[in-house]
Design a protein around this ligand. Structure first.
Ligand code: AMP
Ligand code: ZN
Length: 463
């Protein structure tokens, strides 16, 4: 497998040292539902894991849950900064841990809806506090950290000679006045230093006692602590969205390597951002789309997965409802065709095994999933290939695509569902509630669950 390594600035060969590929992926900050942009990044972990399995490797996958210490403004280095979870807890009038657990569960549901294979462990920052404190102590003892004038513990960026190697930012470029200086900058010695442990006193929720007083960990240190604990000092791939390259991953690298004394992470891999109708998906752009929005519009969430696969993880993807609708149609067509194409008796021909090789080559070269989809579209229409051979190819690559192509899809394509939905809408517009209920039953028999919303009826597959 070859992947684009951000630090090497090239596509490089990636392979496990033994027979287990060790992967760490930065997980969600659990203060809100993950939007589909976040999910694009989380899907990258799944794609690499699935390809590793096709290669016959085992994987050890860790994805952290950030449930403390991620400030609303990452440039804040003092303890006054508002924590994303505390802020949401105030807004919803709930306990911060209740907020964190609620959105953590929602995250797992979203992953499941997208057929993302679960990680082996999802360690929570709030349950890794001792590990974090131990790591902070090691850094302090080794002279990489110092206590600032506010009592917080800071990492000394100048103590790590190759700081900036990952993102291309040199300490020189990060001059005072740069936005990273932060408002609490005066507590630390140097503009590029960052807080490992924030001294916060006791009048704040989610704090813990530590050698540096009551407080809470900085965001970057949790990933160093959890990755070293669960994967050791040699990690094959560390993943995240492109925005995490700096400062999050740059700082993680400095922390981990300063205690490990070597290059802990072999390859840093970053997924590009998702745009929606032209703009980066984010709360501030006001274009956030959730998995539940897709379901409410009657789309299979796996249509989103196919839309993601149709562009390479390393390019920006501008998504639209039209693209999702098209992907939904494609998946439905594939499932329908495959129910009639499959033949359990058939043996793979040399042409088919050649096509498998061809598809695998595309994936091994920096996860060229769009090229694989193109290949499958060609196979779909390739009259030289018998239908049952085409089915073998689709089923083989579905191990990577994860589109549930084996799902029995005899309904929508045959317009039966659409017809029943239309009849039910008519019945409701005439106030024929009994008829409407009968039609709901008929749809339920086809595994379709109908909900009545302010804008009409919505439906989804019953899980
Ligand atoms: P967060 O929950 O905010 O910590 O973000 C979780 C992950 O989503 C991180 O790896 C981010 O880099 C990634 N991310 C945030 N916005 C986008 C986006 N628009 N497209 C793709 N990934 C994103
Ligand atoms: Zn991280």
């Amino acid at each position: 497998m070859r992947l684009y390594d951000t630090k090497a600035r090239a596509v490089v060969s990636v392979a496990p040292a033994g027979d287990v590929l060790k992967i760490y992926a930065c997980g969600p900050t659990v203060y809100r539902y993950a939007h589909v942009g976040n999910l694009r990044t989380f899907l990258l972990l799944d794609l690499i894991t699935r390809l590793a399995h096709l290669n016959g490797w085992k994987t050890s996958v860790i994805q952290n849950i950030t449930d403390v210490g991620h400030l609303v403004d990452d440039t804040q280095v003092d303890a006054q900064g508002e924590d994303k979870i505390l802020e949401q807890a105030k807004l919803e009038g709930k306990d911060p841990f209740a907020i964190a657990r609620f959105y953590e569960e929602a995250f797992h549901k979203d992953l499941k809806a997208l057929n993302v294979l679960p990680a082996d462990v999802y360690p929570r920052a709030s349950e890794s506090i001792q590990l974090i404190i131990d790591l902070c102590q090691k850094l302090e003892e080794a002279g990489h950290a110092y206590v600032g004038t506010d009592g917080s513990l800071f990492f000394d960026a100048r103590s790590f000679p190759t700081y900036g190697a990952l993102s291309g930012n040199s300490l020189d470029h990060l001059k005072p006045g740069h936005r990273l200086e932060g408002k609490g900058g005066e507590a630390k010695r140097f503009h590029a230093d960052w807080a490992l442990w924030k001294n916060a006193g006791t009048d704040r929720a989610m704090t813990w006692p530590s050698p540096w007083g009551n407080g809470f960990p900085g965001w970057h240190i949790e990933c160093s602590a959890m990755s070293l604990e669960h994967l050791g000092e040699s990690i094959d791939v560390h993943l995240g969205g492109i925005d995490l390259r700096f400062p999050h991953h740059e700082d993680e690298r400095a922390q981990s390597d300063s205690v490990g004394g070597l290059e802990v992470v072999k390859h840093w891999v970053h997924g590009e951002h998702l745009l929606f109708e032209g703009r980066k998906m984010s709360k501030s752009s006001g274009n956030v789309v959730l998995v539940s929005d897709l379901i409410a519009r009657g789309f299979d969430p796996l249509a989103l997965r196919l839309s993601f696969l149709e562009s390479r993880y390393r390019t920006q993807l501008d998504l639209s409802w039209a693209a999702i609708a098209a992907a939904h149609k494609t998946i439905t067509r594939w499932r329908l065709q495959l129910t009639t194409w499959r033949n359990p008796e058939v043996v793979m021909t040399p042409a088919t095994s050649q096509a498998i090789e061809q598809g695998l080559v595309l994936l091994q070269e920096d996860l060229n999933s769009p090229a694989l989809i193109q290949l499958l579209r060609k196979i779909e229409k390739d009259d030289a290939l018998p239908l049952d051979q085409r089915a073998i190819l689709f089923d083989y690559f579905d191990q990577f695509l994860g589109l549930d192509l084996t799902r029995q899809e005899v309904k929508e394509g045959s317009t039966e569902i659409n017809e029943l939905l239309r009849l039910r809408e008519d019945a409701r517009s005439r106030g024929e509630w009994k008829r409407s209920d009968e039609l709901r039953e008929a749809l339920a028999d086809l595994d379709v669950e109908v909900r009545d919303t302010a804008t009409g009826q919505a439906w989804e597959w019953r899980s």
